[in-house]
Design a binder for this molecule. Sequence first.
Ligand code: SF4
Ligand code: SF4
Length: 139
Amino acid sequence: MTKQVSKRIVLYFTKETWDKPIVCRLAKDFDLVFNILKAQVLPRQESYMVMELSGTQTNYRKGIRYLKEWGIKVRDVEKDIRRQDELCYHCGACISICPTQALAMNRETMEIYFDQKRCSGCGLCMPICPSRAMQTALA
Ligand code: SF4
Ligand code: SF4
């Protein structure tokens, strides 16, 4: 049976590629399904897009290779959002906004922990964190 893959990834576009119809060819040429979760596309500037990309493992690899051939950087979402622990003072403001419970309270220590594997990369926690402890490589 053909192995299926589904991953959340971030694409970083350069000033030269921001306006190219590259992403739509993932479906057309590689039979991949993409669901754009978030994007910031600014004319003639570096831009990014967060998406869920699914398909057979072979097509997925070909699709990623195709993106890289265009000079687009591809990263797994869970590697992108991080918490700078020394800035977090465990106020708890982020836990109610996090849709995946990647940010949650340890009831024993009353501290807020960040489980990167659960993170969808939605970025909702970033503006709400008073100390800017939640960060992304995109910032
Ligand atoms: S909002 Fe920021 S400072 Fe407060 S618990 Fe969350 S990550 Fe820590
Ligand atoms: S980016 Fe979204 S899913 Fe990840 S920790 Fe922040 S609010 Fe939760």
